[in-house]
Write a protein that binds this ligand. Structure first.
Ligand code: ZN
Length: 300
């Protein structure tokens, strides 16, 4: 009886990722803080203003990531983050030069190819339309996710909305999918980017937006614990691009970051390394992917 009570207590209070859970049983959440530069994230973390990110990093790592091979804007940043491929394969070079990402290349589709549609639910929630959109109006090129969309279990995008709404939707999806089985959820927060364009990279508003993203990270971690899914869920936080220092633009903003509770992550790298890091953590055999991913897992 006593051991059973102890067991229940451990289940209730266990809210950290358990590395012994096999990759084929894990879930993952990828959060994109649009326009969050690595330098400002580290400064706010050091100032104690990102407590939930600090807790996540305490279980895993915070590493420096460089955006390489494409413009530092939203479309190519997310296309590479969510596929691992360079623009020569995705066709997404910049916000102005793009085409739909070819079928089958996204993390969502790779997971379904490996584990089946019923083996894992995929969810995409965004705070911007267009640059992360799925629309394909007649006569237009088609937005980056217009071909991937039909393969994603829950498409919750094509809307411009603040962290409060994006976060609430993410919690709703978690409440539905996290208690049951495996899932991969991508959540995009636009607020840091919006604050940077409006008030500048060195503004209080930019730091406050980072703080709001951190508060939502806290709520997401709490929702995982409530669902009993903390031990089997990896959480990754990154950005599509950084921000030019003391400016309201991000034309040469290559410095970003990856924060995670994934204990394997042990070195910095490039944005193209994020997708293989997540796919391998979830049990996808990278050697079987065609075309081969150019990036490397961010492990030692
Ligand atoms: Zn922007």
């Amino acid at each position: 009886m006593r051991s059973r009570l102890v067991f229940i207590a451990i289940l209730l209070f266990a809210s950290a990722f358990e590395p012994a859970v096999r990759p084929e049983q894990r879930s993952a959440i990828l959060l994109s803080w649009d326009g969050a530069g690595g330098g400002r994230v580290r400064a706010n973390l050091a100032a104690g203003k990102l407590p939930h990110l600090a807790r996540l990093v305490g279980e895993g790592a915070l590493v420096d990531v460089e955006v390489t091979g494409h413009g530092t804007d939203t479309k190519p940043g997310h296309a590479q983050m969510l596929t691992g491929y360079d623009p020569s394969l995705t066709g997404v070079y910049s916000n102005g030069r793009f085409r739909p990402i070819p079928r089958g290349y996204s993390i969502f589709e790779r997971l379904h190819q490996t584990f089946g549609k019923n083996g894992l639910a995929t969810i995409m929630v965004t705070g911007k339309s267009g640059n992360l959109g799925s629309q394909s109006p007649e006569g237009s090129n088609g937005e980056p996710f217009s071909l991937a969309r039909s393969s994603i279990t829950v498409w919750d995008g094509d809307q411009i909305r603040p962290a409060r709404l994006v976060g609430e939707h993410a919690l709703r999806h978690l409440g539905r999918y996290a208690p049951k089985g495996r899932f991969f959820m991508f959540v995009h927060f636009a607020d840091v980017d919006v604050a940077g364009h409006t008030f500048g990279e060195d503004s209080t508003a930019y730091d406050l937006a980072l703080g709001e993203c951190d508060a939502w990270l806290g709520k997401i971690l709490a929702a995982l614990a409530t669902a009993g899914a903390s031990e089997r869920t990896l959480v990754y936080v990154t950005a599509d691009h950084g921000f030019d220092k003391r400016a309201k633009r991000h034309t040469a903003a290559t410095h970003i970051f990856l924060a995670t509770n994934d204990p394997r992550v042990a070195r910095g790298g490039e944005q193209r390394d994020i997708a293989p890091t997540i796919l391998s953590a979830l049990g996808v055999d990278l050697t079987k992917l065609t075309p081969p991913l150019p990036g490397r897992v961010l492990a030692k």
